[in-house]
Design a protein around this ligand. Structure first.
Ligand SMILES: Cc1ncc(COP(=O)(O)O)c(C=O)c1O
Length: 374
């Protein structure tokens, strides 16, 4: 059997990794400023993480959600404390798209409405509702027709207000920082205004923190820069440091209805072991503070490079926009300088290193990066 060929791939096969470094079969070392698509939070192969997963699989790796699993409660408590949402409830699933799918459904169960507002250039995943609120028409199949989604310009509160005032919108979904849309940070006041208009119209405010959350922005959630509290928050990526696990944080006003949501794999023992280890390491090693500090240093240094048109982001979620297409620079960075980076569109680098990246590694990155952008 062959693989279904949907991914453009680099001709590199990582076989091991440690911290912010990746190694291929020949032993070549790469600097990871992509974090496997913003997934690696505490660093590759962290010993505590490896130990926790190994110990857990030696005891019990999986059982269904029809039995008690105190690892879930332990995780929910830690997450509540570290994120500042200890009065919210947690529903655990397996991927980012699935988290958003459940968030959108929960909103609709809650207010009985059918329409959704999302933003231009948004990305929320590939499953039925998640792909429909993603502003990339090429990802839609004919079966996705039916669900009504209104894509509004990001940061334009007047238009949002006009649409929401029809009192027909079930939920409004927005990323903490638009990732695939080019590392677009919400304009000052925008999220606060969204919160206000959602309250006025009984629209459920969903914050997709799948890429911008889990400490990457230098706060636990990027929306915390705006000081608001959404109704529902979706998390994934950094939560498991590569183990597939995701979740939905749900405000107290939503009442759980038995059987309304469900999953076979979500919140299984291994996933909880991974999530518990990750959150412990984030706390013990002050990785959110590190993301804020090292990220600020990296951004300051990048802003001194005249070739870069614009540097955007918070913490370790950084977009670098160039006038010209970046593909040749990115290819050289990987082939010659052995550095992984992310990209969005043709002109924007996305830097998403593990949250444990050090200043020395940032200096090393800058040295190599400058070589390819001259
Ligand atoms: C903001 C955002 N939402 C949702 C998703 C979908 O997550 P997954 O690929 O785990 O389904 C992604 C993935 O890149 C994302 O960046």
């Amino acid at each position: 059997m062959k693989l279904f060929d949907v991914y453009p791939r680099w001709q590199i096969e990582p076989v091991s990794a440690k911290g912010c470094k990746i190694y291929d079969k020949e032993g070549t070392e790469y600097l990871d400023f992509y974090g496997g698509h913003a997934v690696i939070s505490i660093g590759h192969s962290h010993p505590k993480y490896v130990e926790a997963i190994t110990n857990q699989v030696n005891k019990i790796g999986f059982y269904s959600n029809s039995v008690l699993n105190s690892l879930q409660d332990e995780y929910a408590e830690k997450l509540g404390q570290l994120s500042g949402y200890d009065d919210y409830s947690l529903f655990m699933v397996n991927s980012g798209a699935e988290a958003n799918e459940n968030a959108l459904k929960l909103a609709s169960f809650y207010n009985g409405r059918k329409k959704i507002v999302a933003f231009r250039h948004a990305f929320h995943g590939r499953t039925f509702a998640a792909v429909k609120v993603t502003d990339i028409p090429a990802y839609l199949a004919p079966i996705n027709e039916g669900l009504q989604v209104n894509f509004l310009p990001f940061n334009d509160i007047a238009v949002v207000r006009e649409v929401l005032q029809q009192n027909e919108i079930s939920s409004l979904i927005v990323e903490g920082i638009q990732g695939i849309g080019g590392i677009q940070v919400p304009a000052p006041g925008f999220l606060q205004e969204l919160r206000k208009v959602c309250d006025e119209t009984d629209t459920v405010l969903i914050l997709d923190e799948i890429q911008s959350g889990y400490g990457r922005s230098g706060k636990f959630f990027a929306h915390q820069y705006a000081g608001i509290r959404p109704d529902i928050i979706s998390i994934a990526k950094g939560m498991g440091n590569g183990f597939p696990v995701s979740g939905v944080l749900i405000a107290p006003k939503f009442k759980a209805v038995s059987g309304q949501l469900g999953t076979t794999f979500g919140g299984n023992h291994l996933a909880c072991a991974a999530a518990n280890a990750v959150i412990d390491v984030i706390r013990e090693e002050n990785l959110i503070e590190n993301a804020a500090e090292v990220g600020a240093y990296l951004m300051t240094e990048l802003k001194n490079i005249p070739r870069i048109k614009e540097v955007r982001g918070y913490g370790l979620m950084i977009g670098l926009e160039f006038e010209e297409p970046i593909k040749p620079m990115r290819d050289r960075l990987l082939a010659e300088e052995k550095v992984f980076t992310g990209v969005t569109g043709a002109h924007v680098f996305r830097l998403l290193p593990p949250l444990c990246v050090s200043k020395e590694e940032v200096d090393e990155f800058l040295k190599r990066f400058k070589k390819v952008i001259v």
